[in-house]
Design a protein. Structure first.
Length: 188
């Protein structure tokens, strides 16, 4: 199935993994299309029809084709840097920031606002870009699979199923890679 989808998409064949778990999920990762991985759980293979599984795999292949892992890494790095700068400003404020009596210095209210607003703004930008990448993967997946209803039906089943069978041993740092949140069953 993956080989057929890859040929339709005109991209290199990723390494395909089947995760021995009854939960319902899938993800793609890798630094570029030549070194990519697409993974699905045994649970998703058991629950979804062939058409639905094809839609999910096409969605994951679209992430690979569009290099979403690279853009996600860049955005996460920028957001992390902004958060780190805000934290540095917090510590500088706590320890006086090196101000002397002769210095006019900056406004402590402005510094406080930046410590609160900057990380929230960075997170919102990261979430907006993530949402955009998901919509593009949905669109690309529908084009690759040739049938958008397969993916749409699969997402409905996955959201319901992940609520019934949550993936408790998943690390929070990897949750963003899954098609549905494996910890709560909420769609990403």
């Amino acid at each position: 199935m993956v080989r057929t989808l890859v040929q339709k998409a005109g991209m290199p064949m990723p390494t395909v993994y089947i995760i021995p778990d009854g939960t319902l999920n899938a993800f793609a990762t890798g630094r570029n299309p030549e070194h990519a991985v697409a993974a699905v759980t045994q649970g998703i293979m058991r629950i979804l029809s062939r058409e639905e599984l094809s839609g999910v795999l096409a969605h994951e292949l679209a992430h690979i084709k569009h290099r979403d892992m690279l853009s996600g890494t860049i955005v996460a790095t920028i957001a992390g840097s902004i958060s780190m700068l805000a934290q540095m400003a917090q510590w500088a404020m706590i320890f006086g920031g090196g101000h002397h009596r002769d210095d006019e210095g900056g406004s402590p209210v402005a510094a406080l606002v930046m410590m609160i607003v900057a990380p929230i703004a960075a997170m919102m930008v990261q979430m907006a870009i993530s949402r955009t990448r998901e919509f593009e993967a949905d669109k690309g997946g529908a084009q690759i699979a040739g049938n958008p209803s397969g993916l749409a039906n699969a997402i409905l089943k996955l959201e319901k199923g992940s609520q019934l069978i949550p993936m408790h041993d998943t690390q929070p740092a990897t949750v963003h890679m899954f098609i549905v949140n494996p910890l709560t069953g909420e769609g990403l």
